[in-house]
Ligand binder design. Sequence first.
Ligand code: PLP
Length: 401
Amino acid sequence: MSDGAFYSGLQAKLDTLRSDGLFKPERVIASRQGAEVVSQDGRTLINMCANNYLGLSGDEQTSQAAAAALEKYGYGLSSVRFICGTQTVHKELEQKLSEFLGTEDTILYAAAFDANGGVFEPLFDENDAIISDALNHASIIDGVRLCKAARYRYANNDMADLEKQLVAATEAGKRHKIIVTDGVFSMDGTIAQLDKIVALAEKYGALTMIDESHASGFMGKTGRGTHEHCGVIGKIDIITGTLGKALGGAMGGFTSGRKEVIETLRQKSRPYLFSNTLAPMIAGASLSVLDRISKSTELRDRLHENTAYFRKEIERIGFTIKPGTHPVVPVMLFDAPIAQKFAARMFELGVLLSGFFYPVVPMGQARVRVQLSAAHTREQLDTVLKAFEQAGKELGILKNQ
Ligand SMILES: *Cc1c(COP(=O)(O)O)cnc(C)c1O
């Protein structure tokens, strides 16, 4: 408390964030997460910005499964996994995730951030090379920083540049090389070209790793993920992902792959060794989610129907979107102040969505990002589309206006 300059320095930085329009306020929700949420002031809003792809976050069946596991296994373990923090429900979830992803074994973490933070350092050292997509998630970037391996970066989704980096790492005489990419990039909904990445990995003798946080549970015919979508199940060395998005939405993460990799992580991965075990009710609810989506593709199918409908209709109204098939739909407004005004107007019209502008996305690429959910009804989507049309007309930004 004796260094006043420290606190005034922080306040000045916070003030700058506010005046630059980069301050992130938190919206307070007074209800469960869902297709509709009730905000603190009692207004009901249609929610178009959650990672709640399968609609399971506020879902009754998921909540009941968590309650049943809470009752059976108790609230928590007060332990890391290797001391006395492993219950049957954790082992069962690891096995079910492996079956679901088509891998040998899986290790649970408190978050995907921890899975990515703890995956590189135990497996690679200064003799090795990590070749990472430029738009990979912050947790991958941090995980790579914690590891002594040489770092190579390729332009987002650019296979020619990836090959250049593979050549550079090979010429530098690196022992092991690993290509690392998000399965799906959350700002654009871009799907990584895993078929090409696997072919390049085979050509240069490299390993592959994908982060499936925006894919597990709904990408591919049976929702296994981007590797299923791209036809490369069984050809990816390491898969990380979250339980905090489509797969239930509470929290928790995992790394999945060959048993030698997972066993090494259990022995050496710091966020696993030095952090508490995943709460058993989350493990129990996750098991119920995996069971449900393995038995039926209904939620996944509804999500993709909603996505196709929204993508078609929003373009028909006269908006520009980034083309694609993923439930992340970037509606391009290009100009940062317009994106801000637009999101604020949509909020007044009862639609919750988020605007993104520089430096989160490149200059001149400001947008609002829509995320579809299996929980959205056609009626809700039509209400949202009407609000888009109205706000678009008011701001004079529709193509056919
Ligand atoms: C959300 C996300 C994470 C972090 O997931 P948590 O389980 O919330 O820590 C990691 N990687 C990607 C690509 C993500 O989108």
